[in-house]
Design a protein around this ligand. Structure first.
Ligand code: GLU
Length: 315
């Protein structure tokens, strides 16, 4: 694989190394715990999808939710990615250093009267499944949250794995929170601004985020930003149907048997690695998968239960 060394910013060597500029993929973990098999599954899918077309692949640490952050998790996530042989093409970006971009987007929406201050608490909204518009015309004197005005309009996108998705964001969510009452920037705003700023063309991530996508597309449209292609891989769930979660420390990865864990993940992505691949080195294992990757092979399901006993042993 002709990729840059980890943690080094790429200058203008793309043409020389023949990496087309057209594909930029990303992996964007939140440092709320260690990587687990579910996050590895997503990272592998996004990495293979990029490398199969000699695209670029970047890592972004989504560390805006400081109260939920686990000390040292970001460093550990990067170390695990390195141990598993991932190589990224630009310096790792942390959302906590990019407030100026998010504030600029907030300002742009405010200047165009596309957002409003909102002081509603969770308790205020408790019984509503969508935001009922309470603060749309209410003046506020103290710092509050900020919501994006959402008007009825069906968003449609063609997910590369899950197919056509339609959502009328006004009907399902109502006005969207883009800055929280505690002044933290919402995930929605940060992810949209960052994907655009980093030139991300292809998002490959877990299907647990598929309902977020129409909201992100709605916001992209309001900010006049390009919409990437989306592919949502099944979310891995435990025996009882619970999503694997970093914050529950439900499953962590072993630092030994890396090749075997990768091969198992490839199988869950629909690839059919030959037995002999178990004897390969990590670069050989990746090389085989890059060559054989096809997004069409990924199971077209929102969730996938872990049944493989070898994998369950990491639980
Ligand atoms: N930071 C999110 C997570 O760790 C992923 C966001 C995304 O891929 O858009 O679940």
């Amino acid at each position: 694989m002709s990729v840059a060394k980890n943690n080094t910013a790429i200058a203008t060597t793309d043409t020389a190394s023949n990496i087309p500029r057209s594909y930029v993929g990303r992996f964007a973990p939140s440092p709320t715990g260690l990587l687990h098999l579910g996050s590895l599954y997503t990272a592998v899918a996004s990495y293979l999808d990029a490398r199969a077309v000699q695209g670029r692949w970047i890592v972004r640490i989504e560390d805006l939710d400081r109260p939920r952050e686990v000390d040292g998790a970001a460093q550990k996530i990067l170390r695990v990615l390195e141990d598993f042989g991932f190589e990224w093409d630009a310096e790792v970006v942390r959302q906590s250093t990019r407030s100026h971009l998010y504030l600029e987007a907030l300002r742009s929406l405010r200047d165009r009267h596309l957002s409003f201050d909102c002081s509603c608490t969770r308790e205020d909204l408790g019984k509503h499944s969508r935001y009922p518009g309470t603060c749309r015309d209410r003046p506020h004197l103290v710092p509050t949250g900020v919501r994006l005005i959402v008007v009825p309009h069906t968003i449609h996108f063609l997910d590369r794995i899950q197919g056509s998705i339609y959502q009328d964001v006004a009907a399902t969510s109502g006005d969207l929170l883009i800055r929280r009452r505690d002044q933290l920037i919402s995930y929605l705003l940060a992810v949209v601004v960052d994907d655009a700023d980093q030139g991300v063309t292809h998002v490959v991530r877990g299907a647990d985020l598929i309902d977020e996508t129409p909201r992100q597309i709605y916001l992209q449209q309001q900010l006049q930003l390009a919409t990437p292609e989306y592919a949502h891989v099944p979310t891995l769930v435990e025996e009882g149907g619970l999503k694997l979660a970093k914050s529950r420390r439900s499953l962590s990865l072993c630092s030994s048997d890396i090749g075997m864990q990768l091969i198992e993940v490839f199988q869950m992505l629909g690839l059919k690695p030959p037995q002999s691949l178990h004897l390969g080195t990590i670069p050989e294992i990746w090389g085989w998968a890059v060559e054989h990757w096809q997004v069409a092979l990924v199971p077209k399901r929102p969730t996938m239960r872990l049944l493989n006993p070898k994998i369950n042993k990491y639980l």
